[in-house]
Every structure is written in C-alpha cells, then in structure tokens.
Design a protein around this ligand. Structure first.
Ligand SMILES: [Zn+2]
Length: 167
C-alpha cells in the first residue's frame, strides 16, 4: 500500500500486524494474572475475538490500539495526511465493526470492557489497571449477590448509645 505514514504510525501498523501478543495486551494480561484472575485469550467463538475472556466474571476485555480503532481525541490516533478517503473509510469500518461486536457480546450477556493503548502509557498505567480490577470486582459482586450479615444490631443504632456521664 503506497501510503505515507509517519515512522511512528508505521511502527504501530507493524506491531499490529505482528499480531496477537502486542505489548499493551500483555501488560493487561500480566496484571490480571498476578492479581489472581484467570482468563482465556483470543476466543475465536466470540464476536470480535476478544483479547481476554474472564468467564467467571462474565466479562470480555478488548485492548485496543488507538490508531486502528480510531480512538477519538487521542494523540496516538491521527488521520494520515494522504489517501484521506481511504483511511477515513477504513477507520469508519473498523469503528462500526467494533460497535457491532460490543453489542452482540452485550446481548449474549457479557460485560464488555475496553482498555485503550494510551491508557497504558507509563503515567496512567497503574491507575488504569487498578480501575480494571475494581471494575471486575464490581461486576463480580453484581452478578453474585452475596449478603453479608453483621453479627451485631443495626449500625444506625450506635449513635443512640448513652454518652459518658454528662453533668
Ligand atoms: Zn488513545
């Protein structure tokens, strides 16, 4: 394809083409694994072949490259200068395909989480990963209703406790 890309964009294309174990995805996988989450990867039978599938959490995770998935308002995604129409059409198709897949997954009862490549840059990586764990915990609690019983009377009564001797 005779198109002018910046070296950075070209690099990103190449690392996309190289395939499944792109670095951002590995970061997320390693994090989840260390946190004790168990998952499957690149499940072909699901729409869009999600990068990470956590069956016990009814959750699929896509780790999206900002360029190919046309992350809006993101400095990693810039429309290439030449062949504008070609790229515009391509990005539009990519986005529509993503949204179609998310909807299909949602309809099948999956929670769909998207982690953007730019959210895994050094400055925000930790916060992104922590919020991912947190979101998974929320999902788990929402889908496994657990009622913890407090072994003492209603908390609200505590402020009715007599105060220590007032004169
Ligand atoms: Zn981005």
């Amino acid at each position: 394809m005779a198109d002018k890309m910046t070296p950075e964009q070209r690099h990103r294309c190449m690392s996309h083409i190289k395939g499944k174990d792109t670095k951002p995805e590995l970061m997320v996988r390693r994090w989840l694994w260390r946190q004790g989450y168990r998952y499957r990867v690149n499940v072909k039978s699901l729409p869009g072949r999600p990068d990470i599938v956590l069956p016990r959490y009814s959750t699929v995770i896509f780790v999206n490259g900002c360029f190919w998935h046309a992350h809006e308002n993101c400095n990693k995604y810039r429309m290439p200068q030449s062949n504008h129409d070609f790229w515009a059409a391509k990005f539009k198709r990519n986005k529509e395909r993503d949204e179609r897949n998310y909807k299909l997954l949602h309809n099948q009862g999956w929670y769909v989480l998207v982690v953007w490549e730019c959210q895994l840059e050094k400055s925000t990586r930790r916060a992104t990963l922590i919020s991912l764990s947190r979101r998974l915990s929320q999902i788990y609690l929402d889908t496994h209703k657990v009622n913890l019983v407090t072994p003492y009377p209603n908390d609200d009564d505590s402020h009715h406790m007599p105060l220590a001797a007032e004169p």
